[in-house]
Design a protein around this ligand. Structure first.
Ligand code: SAM
Length: 180
């Protein structure tokens, strides 16, 4: 399973997941996988599509590149009534919600401070039972550190086969998730 299939499997295993938010959308690859699950009723896609600094190449490619990503995402999803695109920063978007989401997937700015504050901001927006998850555990040390700090217990993992040329202890644990 690649990362998007792993995220989809999390939802398929929990048919009570109806209302979800993805933080960090890029071109909507994972969003498409989430929306393939027909039990999803509302999907909020949060991304400012503006330059930022973390370990990846995406944030440094310039505004034109990010405008294209944003445009492609709108084209992909504008016909789907379940989708709301929130073109804004994660922390601003979190303020729009009460404790009403079943699942939040965190894959925005991967710096330590950003992952820490994303988990902190979105945890109170998730109902119980609920689920929080994210990408790049083990891949980006900042993500690993922030996840351990915010969720010291109960974190589980799923694979991301894009890292299959590394050891299984690594690629089988790239998606982190925690049941609430
Ligand atoms: C690794 S990509 C996301 C990939 C996407 N989740 C997928 O699986 O295809 C990271 C995205 O996070 C977005 N991002 C950066 N800072 C953000 C912030 N403060 N709030 C929300 N999204 C942010 C970037 O614009 C970029 O599109």
């Amino acid at each position: 399973m690649n990362w998007a299939e792993s995220v989809k499997s999390l939802i398929l295993d929990r048919r009570w997941i109806r209302k979800v938010a993805e933080i960090g959308v890029f071109e909507g690859f994972t969003s498409s996988a989430i929306l393939e699950v027909r039990t999803i009723e509302n999907c909020y896609l949060v991304d400012p599509w503006k330059p930022y600094k973390d370990i990846s190449y995406i944030g440094t490619r310039g505004q034109d590149y990010l405008e294209d990503c944003c445009f492609r995402t709108y084209l992909k999803f504008f016909r789907d009534p379940r989708v709301t695109i929130l073109r804004m920063e994660s922390l601003a978007a979190a303020k729009l919600f009460d404790r009403e989401l079943d699942f939040v997937y965190i894959d925005g700015d991967h710096s330590y401070e950003a992952v820490l504050s994303d988990i902190k901001a979105w945890l109170p927006k998730i109902k119980h039972p609920g689920l929080i998850a994210g990408h790049d555990y083990g891949v980006i040390p900042d993500v690993t550190k922030a996840v351990h700090e915010m969720l010291p217990r109960g974190v589980k993992f799923l694979p991301d086969e894009q890292f299959k040329n590394s050891s299984p202890e690594f690629w089988e644990k790239v998606i982190w998730y925690c049941e609430l």
